[in-house]
Design a protein around this ligand. Structure first.
Ligand code: HEM
Length: 354
């Protein structure tokens, strides 16, 4: 086996530092088979969290450039794909824990004291890196608060607190992604070029008009029904609010709509793959959160958690968190390709004729 950096005449065990790794499960406390399994599953998750932070950090650095070189986008997509696969793997890993019976868990649960996954600082780090906002957490919770309180008393917690504070100050993935999408050429008009505002405005208005017609055609005669017409006008207003929040054009959302609407254009291939990569990632996180809750419900019912939360209800609430809200939001206002606004400057996007 060989590794990067210093090359050594390693044995397998040396390279992986197995003699250290395999002494970290607390066997000296005389743990049962059940508890060892509980610890190993947690430890593998934390190892994966470490990898996830590294992968996502790379994606953030790639997108956080003023001019993102086109050839770096496929690399960002690769990092996202790997991260998604890790979440999928972890979602299946709850199945291993489900071999623990409620009684088997209760046999060692008291020994955990107040220790809980709730205190997983790596989890908090990747949530912050992705861009989960405190106001979107249950009860507007600030995950740094607990670490801050204990930071004076404990050197390790102090370091964790500082690390999380640093990550919080940096740009999140959702921010760099939306900034990047905001620079998408729309109908051939480049970001900040002369006349760009009016091109984008026209595009938005054309789309909203087509969106309105799309709804009217869909409901035909039933449009005279009060409830349906109210729903339609609500959806038209929401579409307008999405693209022009508080009356101001959101170029990022317009760019996103453009990429999603004209997905087949050669120049938009990698942008849409990148966006798909984020959607898949968030979906895999949501599913992972959801299956954690189901596993917990099965093993400990609806009792409160060792971390002091309501338990399953809390976990279910976390599975409703969304970070890449606009990527989800745009789906509601898309219309069928036949009805989308006529594409101008198609050659700009790699099509040879209009
Ligand atoms: C028998 C197994 C498990 C049970 C019964 C369980 C239960 C819970 C409960 C009730 C919570 C809510 C916080 C609290 O009040 O404690 C929680 C949170 C959490 N657990 Fe587990 N858990 C188990 C296994 C795991 C494993 C293997 C991991 C992997 C690291 C994990 C990671 C987490 C994380 C990261 C949170 C925080 C979620 C958030 O705040 O969004 N749990 N768990």
């Amino acid at each position: 086996m060989s590794g990067g950096g210093e090359s050594g005449n390693w044995t397998y065990g040396e390279y992986l530092q197995l003699s250290k790794l395999l002494t970290l499960q607390g066997e000296e406390r005389g743990i049962t088979n059940d508890e060892m399994h509980f610890i190993i599953v947690h430890q593998t998750f934390e190892l994966w969290f470490k990898q996830i932070i590294k992968e996502l950090g790379e994606v953030r650095d790639i997108l956080n450039q003023e001019q993102v070189p086109e050839h770096e986008i496929p690399r960002a997509v690769d990092h996202l794909t790997r991260t998604t696969e890790i979440f999928r793997l972890m979602a299946n890993q709850w199945g291993v824990l489900e071999t623990l019976t409620p009684q088997g868990f209760l046999a060692f649960r008291d020994g955990l004291g107040t220790a809980s996954g709730f205190e997983s600082y790596q989890m908090r780090e990747f949530e912050i890196l992705l861009g989960l906002q405190n106001e979107d957490r249950l009860g507007g919770m600030d995950p740094l608060e607990g670490f801050k309180k204990a930071a004076d008393k404990n050197k390790e917690t102090f370091q964790i607190y500082n690390k999380l504070k640093t990550v919080k100050k940096q740009k999140s993935l959702v921010k760099v992604l939306m900034d990047w999408i905001g620079r998408t050429p729309i109908m051939g008009s480049k970001f900040e070029s002369e006349g760009d505002d009016s091109v984008v405005n026209k595009y938005i208005e054309d789309h909203l008009e087509a969106h309105k017609k799309h709804g009217e055609n869909l409901y035909g005669d039933s449009i005279s029904n009060k409830k349906i017409s109210e729903r339609l006008s609500f959806s038209n207003n929401s579409a307008r609010e999405f693209l022009t929040p508080e009356g101001k054009i959101s170029r990022a959302r317009a760019g996103l709509l453009f990429i999603e609407s004209y997905r087949e254009l050669p120049l938009l291939t990698w942008p849409r793959k990148l966006i798909d990569g984020f959607v898949e990632l968030e979906e895999s996180i949501v599913k992972w959160r959801h299956s954690h809750a189901r596993m917990v419900e099965r093993i400990m019912g609806r009792r409160i958690g060792t971390g002091g939360t309501s338990g399953v209800d809390y976990l279910d609430a976390t599975s409703r968190y969304r970070i890449f809200k606009d990527l989800w939001g745009v789906r509601t206002i898309l219309i069928k390709p036949q009805n989308r606004p006529y594409l101008k400057n198609s050659e700009f996007y790699g099509y040879s004729s209009d």
